[in-house]
Ligand binder design. Structure first.
Ligand SMILES: *Cc1c(COP(=O)(O)O)cnc(C)c1O
Length: 491
């Protein structure tokens, strides 16, 4: 299996196809594009049948071996077995089986319509990002050990990504994590999750500023290529291919758990921000999984909903980006969207390059086919199953209350965006699976607003705020940051 850049024309810097291990530690391709498989591996109906009885880990192995063809299968098998075990995904809600890793729960069956919740947030940091990041931690350790190499991960977080990365990399040989977060801006729970880690290879840096200041510092350091190379700095942001492909597995799992034979279809609704999660659903569908609709749910930051309604992709300025009560979906542009557009325009890399250059120069593009637009490929969007919807703060509160009253379970505000939009797209005869992207305990402030009571915390998280914290506070000063990294990465 080879990987190509979405911008790889014969003249471009990334025309050489890459192996999985080569792009594992890479972010963007040298030409600025994103990596995708040269073609999607296909899964036959007969093969899908043989997967119906597999454990999550064995299913993950069957899928990942089609993509990570340069990792010896015996090694890959060990890596996925230690990643997807009930000991890691032990935070299932009462009544769900931790051994399922991503247990399904039918919320409602009426008039031929079935609404299902697939829990993806039972891992160590209570958000779906663990599903991919835990695998990444084990893959990094494995490849670094082979080369006796070191990797220093440098990133910025507003909450979920940073904690998932730190819990995945803590104690891993050859890896250090430097994670910037805005000082005093994360929820108390998120802060405690990250800062209570005492592992020597984890460096929490609270920056006096907002999330954008943190991200600007990461960009400034990343743009200094000499510094990056000298200090072996890498990233684990949402465009990382290994993260996307790890997420493909739970779409297969959800489908197989919700159906009894392959003539049936299901739809998925996905609370979306950077388009990483739902992009994995698109890939599962391209591999032959019988998915009917893929519904992107957004909050007030509705860049994606606007595109899937109109064909116009218009990124937002930071002043136009709202701080909402589903903060992990507060994005101004969707960094994985280029992967889908590449497929939508018939895998035409020159055209993908032109469209995303226009995003840089003009803030977006228009594929609606209207006079003066950039193309008419929007008419193909439904062929790929995509639909969308948005929700507001009031919708979230109302949905959290409804779900609590009707089904007796507490959902987090991002999942509430999903349920609200899913209900607008349900059809009889096709089960609708909503992906649960975080557990409510992580966003207790909103749960208190909606329900007037605290979210239940999984065992072990009861007193997390009282644990000793390890972090340093730093101004938004790039030079100071560089010397801190240099000092702490010296061998
Ligand atoms: C990251 C995140 C999302 C958005 O996922 P994308 O892959 O960026 O679309 C949604 N909900 C929660 C809780 C998240 O942490």
């Amino acid at each position: 299996m080879h990987y190509v850049s979405t911008r790889a024309t014969s003249a471009s810097a990334s025309r050489n196809p890459q192996e999985f291990s080569n792009i594992l530690l890479a972010g963007l391709a040298p030409d600025g594009g994103l990596y995708l498989p040269a073609e999607y591996p296909q899964v036959s109906s007969a093969e899908l049948d043989t997967w119906r009885t597999l454990s999550y880990a064995d299913l993950a192995f069957e899928i990942l071996r089609k993509f990570a063809t340069d990792i010896p299968e015996a090694d890959l098998k060990i890596l996925v077995s230690k990643t997807y075990t009930p000991q890691v995904y032990k935070n299932a809600r009462a009544g769900d089986a931790a051994a399922d890793i991503t247990p399904l729960r039918v919320l409602e069956e009426a008039d031929g319509k079935t609404l299902i919740l697939q829990a993806l947030s039972n891992g160590p940091t209570l958000a779906f990002k663990d599903m991919a990041m835990q695998l990444l931690g084990n893959l990094f350790e494995y490849t670094l050990a082979k080369d006796e190499a070191q990797l220093n991960i440098f990133g910025a977080t507003s909450g979920d990504t940073g904690s998932a990365a730190e819990y995945a990399m803590r104690g891993k040989r050859g890896v250090k994590v430097f994670m910037l977060s805005p000082h005093n801006k994360m929820s108390q729970f998120q802060t405690a999750q990250m800062f209570s880690l005492q592992d020597a290879n984890i460096y929490n840096i609270a920056v006096e500023g907002v999330f954008d200041d943190c991200q600007d510092m990461v960009k400034a350091v990343s743009n200094d290529l000499a510094f990056k190379a000298r200090h072996r700095i890498g990233t684990v942001n949402s465009i990382n291919w290994a993260r996307v492909v790890a997420q493909v597995v739970y779409y297969f799992r959800g489908y197989l758990a919700a159906t009894s034979d392959n003539s049936q279809k299901v739809s998925f609704t996905v609370p979306s921000g950077n388009f990483g999660n739902i992009c994995a659903g698109h890939i599962a569908r391209m591999m032959g999984l019988p998915i009917d609709k893929l519904v992107a749910a957004t909050n007030e930051n509705d860049v994606l909903d606007e595109f899937f309604r109109t064909g116009v992709y218009r990124v937002r300025k930071s002043a136009e980006t709202y701080h909402t009560s589903s903060p992990s979906m507060d994005i101004s542009k969707a960094s994985n969207f280029e992967r889908f557009i590449y497929d939508l325009v018939g895998r035409d890399a020159a055209r993908t390059h032109a469209l995303f250059t226009k995003v840089e120069t003009h803030g977006g593009f228009d594929l609606s086919g209207a006079p003066g637009s950039d193309g008419d490929e929007f008419k193909l969007v439904r062929k790929y199953g995509f639909q969308s919807g948005r929700s507001t703060h009031q919708d979230r509160l109302a949905t959290i209350r409804d779900v609590e009253d009707d089904y007796g379970i507490t959902i987090d505000p991002h999942t509430a965006d999903g349920i609200k939009v899913a209900r607008e797209h349900q059809v009889a005869g096709v089960p609708m699976i909503v992906l649960e992207t975080a557990l409510a305990a992580k966003f207790n402030e909103i749960i208190l607003d909606a329900l007037g009571m605290d979210a239940v915390r999984p065992a072990g998280f009861e007193n997390i705020e009282a644990l000793p914290q390890k972090f340093i506070v730093m101004g938004a000063d790039v030079a100071a940051m560089k010397s801190y990294i240099a000092k702490n990465t010296a061998l």
